[in-house]
Design a protein around this ligand. Structure first.
Ligand code: SAM
Length: 261
């Protein structure tokens, strides 16, 4: 695809397999194209690797962090279970939101919690709201251990941010989705893999081996979950919730229906 921006005239020309179209630069469609390009270039530039939350590196786009905050505040879960800890930034981000809300804790699962990461997370003032579990997220002993940490009646949100291959995401969904309390959210990260397939730092199989087909199959088998966006108390953006600037396709938010279907 070829995009040509003329800021003087205020147009965006799009050339692709279906021909050439000229758009108003300030239209929603132009914004979507530019956001998509921003996401692609940001991927190559490793933009999401440049942030920290309260001192710990967090591998997220700030736009996504804002939307996740909206989802957390919308439902105010008692527990977030997150697969994929890395440096601990996301765990501590959720813990700090819980600190503001006045309740809540986070269980973080990672196949390898490096000693320097563990030491820094455990020394953090917000560690009081965090439990670390080291192990393969889909191993039976890990799943059993995590499930035993959740008391009956606790409200649970689930965030999957570990291995993003189709098979692994499908296994995590099978293992943990039943933890999600009706009315709460299940967030599957890194749908971006399908968008950036073929670019530097990607695998040959990313066009299909990514979370999106796992989510589609999960939704077919689990009609009590549906794609969701967080209700917005204020929104003059004229953007669709799926295409927030810079975050196009990065995450898929599912909501478990309040009533069983
Ligand atoms: C993208 S990073 C997590 C980023 C973190 N959530 C953040 O926002 O800062 C992915 C992590 O998943 C972990 N991981 C990979 N495969 C895993 C598995 N099978 N079980 C648990 N964790 C796994 C990796 O060790 C890595 O730390």
């Amino acid at each position: 695809m070829k995009l040509t921006i003329d800021t003087k005239v205020g147009t965006l020309s799009v050339e692709d397999g279906s021909g050439r179209r000229q758009l108003d630069l300030y239209s929603k469609e132009s914004f979507d194209h530019i956001a998509r390009l921003w996401t692609d270039v940001g991927w190559v530039r490793k933009y999401s690797y440049g942030f920290a939350w309260l001192g710990r590196p967090i591998i997220q786009l700030p736009d996504d962090m804002m939307r996740i905050q909206e989802a957390i505040f919308d439902t105010k879960p008692d527990v977030i279970v997150e697969t994929g800890v890395a440096h601990g930034g996301s765990l501590l981000y959720y813990a700090s939101l819980f600190e503001l809300i006045g309740k809540g804790r986070v269980i973080g699962i990672d196949i390898e919690i490096r000693p320097h990461n563990r030491a820094a997370i455990e020394a953090h003032p917000l560690f009081k709201r965090v439990t670390l579990v080291e192990g393969n997220a889909v191993a039976k002993e890990t799943v059993d251990r995590v499930k035993a940490m959740i008391a009956p009646g606790e409200k649970v949100m689930l965030i999957l941010d570990s291995n993003h291959s189709k098979g692994h995401v499908a296994s995590e969904l099978d293992a943990y989705a039943d933890l999600v309390t009706p009315g709460c959210y299940l967030l599957v990260q890194d749908g971006i893999m399908s968008f950036v397939a073929g670019m530097p730092r990607t695998g040959n199989d990313w066009s299909w081996n990514n979370p999106l087909p796992a989510i589609a199959e999960f939704l077919q088998k689990n009609p009590d979950f549906e794609p969701a966006s967080v209700p917005r108390p204020f929104d003059e953006t004229e953007q669709t919730p799926e295409v927030d600037v810079g975050a196009a396709g990065l995450r898929r938010l599912l909501r478990r229906a309040t009533a069983w279907l």
